[in-house]
Ligand binder design. Structure first.
Ligand code: APR
Length: 245
């Protein structure tokens, strides 16, 4: 099996894209499931730069509530997060997780090679000087930047709709070199992440696998797929991969 997808070597680099589905069994809501976040609040009201300019208090309140839900270890990584950390530590090739999630569950599980392409809920950025700082508590217009001291310029360090995701050049470089691309717990609704599989498919040597609760929008683009809860199918997939190394 390893030779099936290696680029002529036994342990190709692996890139893993994750979405909200991998954190669902840790108790965090997804976005587009029936009970998802976007069924309760409108993207236009809380997740665009225009919303923040129009109603900063409302946007802060949305992220303050989500930050409180993460506080004090209330939310823990699950077996799927832990399996990816194990893969990174035991696979002879490079393993990089590119997550759309803004929670810190991959870090808590021990993943080190990690890119938060949509930013991080527990960080804040100053709109005046660009300073980024860890921020676990509530945030509001009265807060000041500890780098430039400006007041009211702190915003969640989260990528909103209409903004450019982070580290895209580095991500495409990783996709160009990987021999295995895994997509876990994402509906394939939001670009550029939803287009990563097409980017990898341009090189026939790479293997593409979707691990999800149900077929995503991009399911037909993956050479292989397994469906079920992430805490079941991800550890099993990692086990098979490591057995074959
Ligand atoms: N195990 C595996 N997959 C699951 C589970 C589970 N227990 N529960 C749900 N899923 C799947 C759903 O079937 C769905 O395909 O996870 C996916 C979640 O899709 P979305 O809610 O659309 O979340 P995501 O794909 O991460 O959204 C991408 O959209 O709103 C923006 O910035 C936000 O990063 C987010 C981006």
């Amino acid at each position: 099996m390893i030779e099936d997808f290696a680029q002529g070597h036994r342990h190709p680099d692996i890139v893993i894209l994750t979405g909200a589905g991998i954190s669902r069994e840790s108790g965090l809501s997804t976005f587009r499931d029936a009970d998802g976040i976007w069924s309760k609040v409108r993207i236009e009201d809380v997740a665009t730069p225009e919303a923040f300019a129009r109603d900063p208090d409302g946007v802060h309140a949305f992220y303050n509530e989500r930050r409180r839900g993460m506080a004090g270890g209330a939310v823990a990584p699950n077996a799927a997060h832990e399996a990816l950390a194990r893969l990174e530590h035991e696979w002879p090739g490079a393993v990089t997780v590119v997550t759309q999630n803004i929670d810190d569950l991959h870090e808590k599980a021990g993943t080190g090679n990690l890119i938060h392409m949509h930013g991080e809920m527990l960080k804040a950025r100053c709109e005046d000087c660009g300073h980024v700082v860890h921020w676990a508590g509530d945030m509001g217009r009265g807060d000041s930047c500890d780098a430039c001291a400006s007041i009211g310029a702190m915003r969640p360090h989260v990528v909103w709709f209409g903004e450019m995701p982070l580290e895209m050049e580095r991500i495409y470089g990783l996709l160009d070199r990987c021999g295995l691309f895994l997509s876990i717990g994402t509906s394939g609704n939001v670009y550029p992440a939803a287009g990563f599989v097409q980017h990898v498919r341009r090189r026939r040597v790479a293997r593409t696998v979707e691990l999800n609760l149900e077929p995503s929008e991009g399911a037909s683009l993956f050479a292989e797929a397994e469906y079920g809860p992430a805490t079941e199918i991800v550890p099993a997939f990692v086990e098979r991969l490591l057995e074959g190394k």
